[in-house]
Structure formats: C-alpha cells, structure tokens
Write a protein that binds this ligand. Sequence first.
Ligand code: ZN
Length: 419
Amino acid sequence: MAAESTVAMAASVAQPEFPVARDVRIAGDDKQTRFILDLDRRVDVHAFTLADPYRVILDIPQTTFQLAAGVGHTGRGLIKAFRYGLVMPGGSRVVFDLTGPARIEKAYVLDAANGQPSRLIVELAAVDKAAFRQAQAADGGAAVRPGLGDPAPTGAVVANAAGPAAAETPDLRPVIVLDPGHGGIDNGTMAPSGEAEKDLVLEFARSLGAQIEKTGKYRVVMTRSDDTFIPLGERVKIARERKAALFVSIHADALPKGEGDAQGATIYTLSDRASDAEAERLADAENKADAIGGVNLTEEPTEVADILIDLAQRETKTFSNRFARLLAGELKGVARLHKHPLKSAGFKVLKAPDVPSVLVELGYVTNKDDLQHLVSESWRSRTVGSVGQAIEAFFGKRVVSDGTTAAVAGRESRVEAGQ
Ligand code: ZN
C-alpha cells in the first residue's frame, strides 16, 4: 500500500492531463445570476443560449469534474439546475436549465490570483422572449453546435478480427447496431445507490457485442463504446449509414418517486401513439436526452420527404415487431419480464425508416431486485445469451457464417412475413 501511494503522489506532482473543476457556486436572483466554476487552470469557453427549453451551453475542453455528488440538481436565480460531462472526446460541456429566457452578459475565465484558483464566470440577465431571440440571432449562438454539428461518428466497430481483410472480399455479414443509451453529460436514470444507467447499459452492450461477434455471423457496430454523449439523431444516422439489419437500443428505466414500484424488462417498438401511459412517460423521458446534452432541438433536420419511406416504414415495423416478440420469448426464461413486456411509443431513437429497431429496458434501477440483476455478472451473461438467441432466431438459417448478405436474408423473410 505504501509503495502504491508513493507512486500516486509522484504522479500527482505532474499536472493532470485534463483541467480539473473542483468547486462551483451560483449567486444572485431571478434578474441577474452569476455562475462560478473553480478550475486548476485557464480554459477557453464558448457560451451560447438555446431555446425550447431555455438553456445556456458552456463548451470547454475535456475537463475532469470533481464536484460534490448531486451538485446541479438544484440551482439558484435564473439557473433552475445544471449538469456537466463529456460530449465528445476532447470536449466537455456544462448545460444550465433556465427558469426563463436570459441573456449571457459575460462569459470569461480569470487567471488564478490572490490565492484564488482559475475561475470560469458566467453572468446571466433575465430578458423577455423577444430580446432572447434577438440576442440569439446576434451572437449566432443557435447555429453553433461545436462537435455535435461535425461529421457524424460512424460508430465504433467492436471487433474485426474474425472478418476478412478490408482489401479482400467485402464483408457482407449483416450489421447489428447496439446502442447503449445516454452517455457523457447525460447519465440517464440513477439508482438510489448511485449507479448510472449510462454505465450499466454500456457494460451490457459491450458483453452483448462480444457474444454476437463470437458467432462470426454478424458485424457489430456500437453507437458508443465509451462514456461519450451521442445525440439521438446521430444514433439513428449510424444505423442507417451502416445499413444495419437490426438496431437494439439498451436502457434501464426508473419509476418516478411516489409512483410505486415496477420491475422487469420491457421491449419497446416505435408507434405514433403510445400503447399506455407508462410507455408515453418513458418515451418522453428518453427523448429528453438531446435537451439534456445541450443539442439545439430547433435545428433538428426535418423528416426526409420521400414517399418510399412510408412504405419502408411499414415493412420495417413488421420486422421490429417480430424481433420484439422473439426477444420477449427468449427473455422470459432467464430475465424477469415486466407484466406487460411488449409496448410501443414515439421513441426518437427508433425512427430509422429502413432499420428494424427495438428499445429494451432491461429493468428498473429503482427496484431493488432489478438493480441487483443489472449489476450482476451472471445475470448479465444469461441475459446477453438470450438476446443472442433472439438474434439467431430473427436472422434464422438464412445467415450462414460465410457471409450471406443481410439484404437477401431480409428480402426473403419480408416475403414470408408479409401481411
Ligand atoms: Zn434510458
């Protein structure tokens, strides 16, 4: 132990790789509010506002936040709450939820001086709606989405060792996109004991990816393979660009306080109208991910205007439902299912018109037994096994390990499944 701490001490003499934020304070009232973040060095800050809902975004270089747990859950003055975290490799972000429209009067960083550390300071002033829009247009804030407007990440390939070299024959094995929900600045749901959904689902997706890769029949693409925020639209884009044959979004739900207890896994597909009130609540919660991450929602691309999409969507729906049923059947034996395990609602992340997509809520982090499962290695490996079974059943015998294409497999089953 002594040797270890010596090493740690020696390492800490050198400056840490990333700036460290150690403390935060908010002062003022609902007319003028000042936000102060203590840092161990100067950073560049880019601050801008977003509407619907009213937010202030601070983009800074990748920063290690060492703030007290729970800080930001409540704010003061114009800042209702705030959160912080990674939005991309090399970039961190602080997002304020505002109580109403406000203008950024100043956003600057002070050098360490007089025993005070470096400080990032943001001064806000309340304005009316019209002035908010004007200020937003003037500073071009709405148009700036550093990192998130850049070319989309193409998704991380989990492993490629089994596949043929890229220069040789093209890899025609079907692509399965695994989508661990949330990430980075967006923690998702939180267990009372502190486990974050974003970590639980990433671990699950990693082990599912490894299991699928092992069969040698599919290519696995992860929408994220680390603790990075990925906007919902990017996740859909990855599925479409990689021409995925299946998209599986992985989450863990939480029941709001005072709404009793619920348990078990639920499988969701896309629909215009939610199958019940709980499905609607959940879709609303999951669709908030972009607002949480500070994505400009007013800038979201409009739906592709293509009449073919409607047609593809109907076909895709049939396949999504088929996979959902297969998955429920397989999970029934090993994981506890919710009392109504098949539901549907308007999840943004399920909107690829040409990729069969489901969203799995593995369980409730607010339920003691479910949480115990979610953190258990043996539960995970059993559950991953049954998702693997459902995938095998979905693609059936049509996909063989020599790489029969997904397109062929898809079309054949489309004829068979046609209503
Ligand atoms: Zn979620």
